[in-house]
Structure formats: structure tokens, C-alpha cells
Design a binder for this molecule. Sequence first.
Ligand code: ZN
Length: 189
Amino acid sequence: MYQVLEKAKLIWEANSELIDFCHIEGSLLSNNLTPTTTAGSLLVTKAEYRASKKTIPLIQAIKKHAHEARWLQTYSTSEVGKDFSNRHCYFELIGPKGHFYNDKIRAFICYWGKHLNYKWHSHEAEELYYVLGGQATFRTMTVEKVLKAGDTQFHKSWESHSMDTLEEPILAFILWRGNGLNKLAKIDE
Ligand code: ZN
């Protein structure tokens, strides 16, 4: 998982939006998490992602080390449906319960399969999406736009947002900061 952290840091430290949102100082201690799988996590390595020169090294590291990750799902099947549960998963790279410990921020690697609707949801922590590969339509109450590799999207505390993946899976690097860091997102619909 160190390789994933190193490649993520390279993107982070070269992107002013990511740095301005939050940054980490010094080295991070490993939480020595035990790997887990979910239905969707097995799809992460199989997918091909339309990426950019900057994001390819991190995508390759994620695929190579996917079997070391503690893959999780945020929602129950009754909240989001079986198809979403089967084709969405994430792991916490950095954070209180992440592969590398930090109590001020969280960094996630998230995967969604193609043609999935991520319902309107919100969370107290502020959030910055950075798309690594694939494309999706992102929505807030005021903005709707298609994001691709290298694009970012900011969400304020409790700002409701939704997403539709297009004809390809999407892989994203997501940062959280501020109050509610330890809480999960909740579905608003
Ligand atoms: Zn969010």
C-alpha cells in the first residue's frame, strides 16, 4: 500500500486545488489493516480507465495493490439497491481508520462501475473529488458537469450531491476535512 500512497502524494503535491484543500506533513504510520474484499472490489483491477498522463501511475498502483486494500461499502443494499452495492466500493487510504493514520483528514480511493446512479447524499465533512479515470456526471443543486481524469469537484459541509457514471467505470481520489470527519455519508432521497 506504500506504493499507492507514494503515487497519490505525487498527484496531490503537484495540484494546487488538492494542496489548498488539505495537505499532510511528514511521514504517515501504517495502521496495518487486514485486507478485505467486497463484490465490487474484484472489478477494480479488471476495469480499463480512460486516464491522463498524471493519473496513470496511481491507477496502476491501485490495480497492482488492490488485494492489499481494506475494501468497504458505505451503504446497505436496502438504501442503494443490489446493483450499486455490487459495483461500488472504496478504501480509506489515509485517515483515522485508513491504511495510514491521520486524524485531521481522510483520503479515499473509490470505484463505481459504468451506468450507476449514486443517489443524492451528503455528509458533514467538506470534500474534494479528484477523478483518476473514467467519466461521470456530477451534480449539486447548482451545478451539473461531466468530470474526467484530472478534474476536481468541491462539496461544502452538508451540500447534497449525486453522480451518474457513463459508459465506463470511474476511479476517484477523494479528500475529506473538517467536522464530521469520522462520520459516513447519508442518502438524502
Ligand atoms: Zn460526498
